[in-house]
Design a protein around this ligand. Structure first.
Ligand SMILES: NC(=O)c1ccc[n+]([C@@H]2O[C@H](COP(=O)([O-])OP(=O)(O)OC[C@H]3O[C@@H](n4cnc5c(N)ncnc54)[C@H](OP(=O)(O)O)[C@@H]3O)[C@@H](O)[C@H]2O)c1
Length: 238
């Protein structure tokens, strides 16, 4: 469709599936992450994907990403994860855990969106934030960080609606085939997560990409300020 798209965390897992889906539709996609080699592999697969290595918790890096773009139609803030695996013995450890989760999941989205906003298409632009089922059913500090995105999305949607930009949050449940779970992933872990769903399977990155595709499309112009849950029925009625 020849749109300009930015996908953070576009080198792996859910972000990679989102970037690939846009690229297959003929859009120009900039993928951002810290590991240049991981991003370059994706860019090598798709003619219209460009890799920009950056740590989105670092303002100067985010400014460098924004400087590569003249205009943006869709910003997909997907980078994040449950990142803290240090000790939790002292209060200083707890402070480190909170800072790590807020940096990875909130600051990455806040800085990238803020830097790109002046370049987002008006009307018709889209801002999408990646939350988690953990934000609504509980999920420790990580869940709290994801929940922070919801409140911010509501105020962004309110501010940007009159300018023709929609802002929505996608909240995935369990999604396999990503780097999210690291060493915790095992056949038993996978099965335990599948049992929590009503559809009897784990999610895959393309499940989330399909929802992002819709939110980015002209057909979704009447959806804004919403949390869209994609979780196979593991949490109901949200
Ligand atoms: N998988 C699930 O079950 C699940 C469920 C609910 C929500 N989510 C959310 O979905 C999103 C995608 O996760 P995933 O499951 O696809 O896991 P993933 O494969 O670990 O993807 C996370 C991506 O974010 C990038 N990233 C992390 N910190 C960054 C930073 N400071 N600057 C730039 N890029 C950064 C990583 O790349 P680098 O390491 O190279 O920077 C990586 O590509 C995350 O926000 C996650 O919280 C996942």
């Amino acid at each position: 469709m020849n749109r300009r798209i930015v996908v953070s965390g576009g080198g792996t897992g859910i972000g990679r599936a989102i970037a690939a889906s846009f690229a297959r539709a003929g859009d120009h996609v900039t993928i951002v992450g810290r590991r240049a080699d991981v991003l370059e592999k994706v860019a090598a697969e798709y003619e219209t994907v460009t890799a920009v290595a950056a740590d989105l918790t670092v303002p100067a890096d985010v400014e460098r990403v924004a400087a590569t773009l003249d205009s943006v139609d869709v910003v997909v803030n997907n980078a994040g994860g449950a990142v803290y695996d240090g000790p939790l013995s002292t209060l200083a450890d707890h402070a480190a855990a909170w800072r790590a989760e807020l940096d990875a999941n909130v600051l990455t989205a806040a800085l990238l969106t803020t830097a790109l906003l002046p370049k987002v298409t008006r009307p018709g632009g889209r801002v999408i934030l990646m939350s988690s089922v953990a934000a609504v059913k509980g999920g420790g500090v990580y869940g709290a960080a994801k929940a922070a995105l919801h409140g911010w999305a509501y105020s962004l949607a309110t501010r940007l609606g009159p300018e023709g930009i929609t802002v929505n949050v996608v909240a995935p449940g369990y999604v396999a085939e990503t780097e999210f779970f690291g060493d915790r992933m095992s056949p038993e872990f996978h099965e335990s997560r599948v049992r929590q769903t009503l559809v009897g399977r784990g999610g895959v990155p393309d499940d989330i990409a399909a929802t992002v595709d819709h939110l980015a499309s002209p057909a979704a112009g009447y959806i804004t300020g919403q949390i869209i849950h994609v979780n196979g029925g593991s949490v109901l009625g949200r």
